[in-house]
Design a protein around this ligand. Structure first.
Ligand SMILES: Cc1ncc(COP(=O)(O)O)c(C=O)c1O
Length: 392
């Protein structure tokens, strides 16, 4: 049996590879796990109660329509229309088994092997992996020094083979959150070139403002260009229920549904019910969780302000901070391993999100509380100290 070269050539899941480092830890000390970004609390009681009831109902385990439960599509369209002060119709929503699937299906609906996708650096690793495994060519968009990608630079990367510009805002791994104006700039470039703007909005609820993330949905022509991707995993603390959405024109939606039918038939019904209950019944719970995460971001920014051990927090937002280490000449793999083995801190190396080593790593603020954040800063200070000793 031979394996697909394109698939074989791709990296393993960086999350799994990072967790393997734990086998080499020497201390019995508590681990500070800043690697995976997953809510560390159960879903809202309203959600748990609803799915318990659904699980006992006659059709609780059935397939749903390919596009998802009508009541969920309607509730989500209404939520987006309100939160973005725009116009999204239920038939512009296709529910998927998570946002990773939303990205994969949307891109496969838009592009073919050999086509190019402009992908902002640092990328969310599964986006890059999906494109490459499907023979599509990522064209990397270097951000500015503030880590913000620029629409004009994106424009310079567009060729006759380009099918989309793909962005994540708030970003993973940087947390950088693009302004409505910056996003409007990207939409304008995409529109001018008749390509799609694929915008992953997984972390939209975790921003430091209640203002809409962008005003693209208020443009009646948005379906001609925008493909907006969503996740219920973080928002509702249901990552294992696998629910997300593609919000796009009905023309894109139709193609996405063909693909969805083949890979999953539909998103899990129980997950869709959970998402519906979360949207219509758990608004207060969601706001409280988002406020807790905002506190954590503030604590982390404060703890890192003095650059403990020489580690510099370059950006923060959503679930993430993006950190530069101080050890010139040391590979990031070595630094991350040392942090795990000697300092009991687990982070994801920047090379999971970049085609090269820029001495950076990602931390997720979701997994630790205030005491853990202070401890993290102290351990970084110690790591900086250790390494200086070693280098002498
Ligand atoms: C930017 C981004 N997109 C998509 C996903 C996957 O989300 P889901 O659990 O909805 O598939 C993640 C999860 O970490 C993410 O960070």
């Amino acid at each position: 049996m031979r394996l697909s070269e394109r698939t074989r050539a791709q990296i393993e899941s960086p999350i799994a590879v990072t967790y393997e480092l734990l086998e080499h830890r020497r201390n019995g000390r508590e681990l500070l796990d800043l690697a995976q970004a997953a809510p560390q609390y159960p879903p809202a009681p309203e959600v748990a109660g609803h799915i318990a009831a659904v699980s006992r109902s006659a059709d609780g385990a059935d397939y749903t329509e390919i596009a998802g439960l009508a009541k969920l599509r309607e509730a989500f369209a209404a939520e987006l229309s309100g939160a973005y002060r725009g116009r999204v119709h239920a038939d512009q929503v296709v529910i998927t088994a998570g946002c990773n699937q939303a990205f994969g299906l949307a891109v496969s609906a838009l592009a073919e092997p050999g086509d190019e996708i402009v992908l902002a650096l640092p990328y969310y690793f599964n986006h890059d992996m999906w494109l490459r495994m499907n023979g599509m060519v990522p064209r990397y968009l270097e951000p500015g020094p503030d880590l913000v990608p620029d629409a004009e630079v994106a424009k310079s990367l567009i060729t006759p083979r380009t099918r989309a510009i793909a962005l994540v805002s708030p970003g993973n791994p940087t947390g950088v959150t693009l302004t409505p104006l910056q996003l409007a700039g990207f939409l304008a470039v995409a529109r001018q070139h008749d390509i799609a703007l694929v915008l992953d909005e997984t972390y939209r609820s975790f921003r430091d403002t209640d203002e809409p993330p962008h005003d693209l949905f208020s443009d009646p022509q948005w379906p001609d260009t925008l493909v907006s991707l969503h996740s219920f995993s973080k928002d509702l603390a249901i990552p294992g229920y696998r629910v997300g959405a593609v919000v796009a024109s009905t023309a894109v939606g139709r193609e996405v549904m063909k693909l969805l039918d083949c890979v999953a038939i539909c998103a899990p019904r129980i997950g869709q019910e959970a998402a519906w209950a979360g949207l219509v019944r758990a608004a207060g719970w969601r706001a409280a969780r988002a406020a807790e995460l905002a506190d954590k971001r503030a604590w982390l920014a404060a703890a890192m302000a003095g650059r403990p051990g020489g580690f510099e927090l370059l950006s923060i937002g959503g679930f993430f901070g993006w950190v530069r280490h101080p050890f010139a000449g040391r590979g990031i793999g070595d630094v991350v391993r040392d942090l795990a083995v000697a300092h009991d801190i687990l982070v994801i190396p920047g090379t999971a999100f970049l085609p090269d080593d820029r001495a950076m790593f990602r931390i997720s603020v979701s997994n630790i509380g205030r005491a853990g954040i202070d401890d993290f800063a102290q351990r970084l200070a110690a790591a900086g100290q250790d390494s200086r000793t070693l280098n002498r």
